[in-house]
Design a protein around this ligand. Sequence first.
Ligand SMILES: [Cu+2]
Length: 144
Amino acid sequence: MKAKFLVSLTAALVSLFLFAAGLEAQHVTHDDNGPPAKSLTLTAKNFQFDPAIIHIKVGQKVRLYVTAPDSTLGLRINSFPDGATAATPPGLYFVFGEDCWKLRKGETLPIDVVGDTPGTYTYTCCKGCGKEHKSMKGQLIVDP
Ligand SMILES: [Cu+2]
């Protein structure tokens, strides 16, 4: 009886391992040189992002043209979805990722992003810019 249990336990572990290996093999690869399928403008000013909500499709490369017309600011896009736990992998891929992009006053910064996993990814200002700095937020939503 005990031996039979051990055999089925081993079989379960082996199939779990094969399943995990299969997932690894299916990992998304990105063509960094390919042109983006879509482009969007994101403006940061007056303690707000415009638009405050951006929708992109999973797997689609999108170029964000980010601009801060009035003052130098920072942009941080969380690569982990809202509600992520310690085990949640990042769900956004950036061709040139940075923790805090510097948005120089009046300049336009292109950022290429691919949504690997559907979810809501929060973006914030990452440069102290005044009284309402902490309320400066937006959501990048990766739709399935
Ligand atoms: Cu700020």
